[in-house]
Design a binder for this molecule. Structure first.
Ligand code: PRF
Length: 376
């Protein structure tokens, strides 16, 4: 994997770049649709490429390990072959899902012992086996095994957890660097900064993560319930320490406003379930602001979902029809809403990149943040 910095914004810390992987090129800033179980929920691969114009998608080690399991994935020839997505894939390590989804869990130096949320069986994730699992899934970018601390988190817990995440990182690196890809293309490992909302811990973690000199770096432990201003403060502190010539990935963020503000602080890559999860609940992100499609006010609004956005579903279907589908719990409602929201997120980061290249990003961002968060 290779990263080329193309432009730096003069009025903010925003950057435009290009990430090259063996499965294709990604222009940054980028948003990565979440495909937890090897599928972006309610979205066909053809819609991902042709309508949404996704460049890279996410998968989750935790879910894929439990179902369909490593034997099936290996026999398929990896996740790309299994689900038919030929672009780049990034897998999260499970270091987040284990903490948010699994039943009773025990964190030890060796790793995490937990109960599957599917059948209750006892499982062990260690830095080593999580590297092996991601090798077998075949992601282009694989994530280190970390602990995402909750918010709020007391200082002592945050520090001990961060130190352990750093020790786990050394074990991840040792395992990753002593194993080979299984399917003939390269894989790369991103380490993850933790440190909760404590400035000194964030500085220490960013310095430690940077010292590993990997091809890209991630920021974890944010957008877990802390105020947005606190997240921005931590992102800025960390971005100022992480090397400028490597991509920076902010995990699990966020709203359109969160994405634009963090781009302004130097983040290049994002993922979040928000556009797809909220789509399934009738919340649409549009170029004019936020639409709750369930509201009575759209009952006979026969205008397109979002004429300015363009794209197939957003211009073909009307708000009134989509409202009807959602009210009738028709599956097509979730499909249209998901494709629309992801089209919007990919449009947003593309616009951001163009504004960075033109040197007009900051003023555009300030206007957009206000506009996009208006409830229509
Ligand atoms: N660690 C990992 N995955 C994550 C996070 C993290 O801290 C977050 C935090 N927002 C989302 N996904 N491994």
């Amino acid at each position: 994997m290779q990263f080329t910095l193309v432009a730096n914004d003069t009025q903010s810390k925003a950057r435009a770049g290009v990430v090259q992987t063996d499965h294709g090129t990604i222009e940054t800033p980028i948003f990565m649709p979440v495909g937890t179980a090897g599928t972006v929920k309610a979205v066909h691969q053809r819609e991902l490429t042709d309508d949404i114009k996704a460049k890279i998608i996410l998968g989750n080690t935790y879910h894929l390990y439990l179902r369909p399991g490593l034997d099936v994935l290996e026999r398929a020839g990896g996740l790309h072959k299994f689900n038919g997505w030929n672009g780049p894939i990034l897998t999260d390590s499970g270091g987040y899902q284990v903490f948010s989804l699994a039943g009773t869990r025990k964190i030890k130096e060796e790793g995490v012992k937990f109960k599957s949320h599917i059948d209750g069986s006892t499982l062990n994730f260690t830095p080593e086996n999580v590297m092996d699992t991601q090798r077998t899934i075949g992601a282009d970018i694989i994530m280190a095994f970390d602990e995402c601390t909750p918010y709020p988190c007391d200082y002592t817990y945050a520090k001990n957890s961060m130190d352990r995440t750093h020790r786990w990182l050394q074990r991840c690196v040792d395992r990753f660097d002593s194993t080979e890809p299984k399917y003939g293309y390269n894989q790369t490992l991103f380490p993850i900064v933790q440190g909760s909302t404590y400035k000194d811990l964030r500085v220490k973690s960013a310095e430690t993560i940077a010292s590993f000199g990997r091809a890209g770096n991630a920021i974890g432990g944010l957008s877990v319930g802390e105020p947005a201003e606190m997240m921005y403060e931590m992102t800025e502190l960390v971005c100022d320490i992480l090397p400028a010539d490597k991509p920076r990935y902010l995990m699990g963020v966020g709203t359109p406003a969160n994405i634009l503000e963090n781009i302004a602080l130097g983040v290049d890559m994002f993922d979040c379930v928000l556009p797809t999860r909220n789509a399934r609940n009738g919340m649409l992100f549009t170029t004019q602001g936020i639409v709750n499609i369930r509201n009575k006010k759209w009952a006979d609004d026969f205008s397109p979902i979002d004429a300015e956005l363009g794209g197939y579903v957003s211009t073909f279907y009307s708000k009134a029809y989509l409202r009807h589908l959602v009210h009738s719990t028709e599956m097509l409602g979730a499909q249209i809403s998901s494709v629309h929201n992801l089209t919007f997120y990919l449009w947003l980061v593309k616009q951001a990149r163009e504004q960075i290249l033109k040197g007009t990003f900051r003023d555009w961002k300030d206007l957009m943040v206000k506009k996009l968060m208006t409830r229509l």
